[in-house]
Design a protein around this ligand. Structure first.
Ligand SMILES: [Zn+2]
Length: 157
């Protein structure tokens, strides 16, 4: 894996302590694209994320802080143009806020660790939850499941 988070001191996949930075500090450690989505509640153009059609097994982490957000088992093809999941990794992985911007009544989803904007959740998802977490791919960091890696290693040893 490349090091997209080099120079980001708050990025950790094991530290669960909350991250709270002011906008200037976020701006210093995030790429402009990530800053726009994560901290300015931007939305990437639909069908632009490499993760939208990703069917590999693994975990999706918050690209701003490394918090595990979703696993591939809960990912589904919603056809909406953004990576979609029906449940977060754990209840505390994400937090919810009412969003009444753009003349719509929606529920915003933020990272439970660093409060970065992830996307929105809608009630038209598949069972078992009936929810559709519509998430910007820019804010997701994907890592393939370890199991698969070791299988691969075995074959190539
Ligand atoms: Zn985060």
């Amino acid at each position: 894996m490349s090091e997209p988070n080099k120079g980001n001191p708050v990025y950790s996949r094991t530290d669960t302590s909350k991250v709270s930075l002011n906008p200037d500090d976020w701006k210093k450690i995030l790429s402009p694209e990530l800053y726009y989505i994560a901290r300015q509640k931007g939305t990437e153009r639909p069908y632009t994320s490499v993760w939208e059609k990703n069917h590999e097994k693994g975990t999706y982490y918050c690209a701003a802080c490394g918090n595990p957000l979703f696993v591939s088992d809960t990912k589904f093809d919603s056809g909406c143009g953004w990576p979609s999941f029906y449940a977060p990794v754990t209840k505390s992985s994400v937090i919810y806020l009412p969003d009444n911007s753009h003349g719509m009544s929606r529920t915003e989803v933020q990272c439970g660790r660093c409060k970065s904007h992830l996307g929105h959740v809608f009630e038209d998802g598949p069972p078992p939850t009936g929810l559709r977490y519509c998430i910007n791919g820019v804010i997701l960091d994907f890592e393939k499941a370890k199991e698969k890696e070791s299988e691969y290693k075995k074959k190539n040893d």
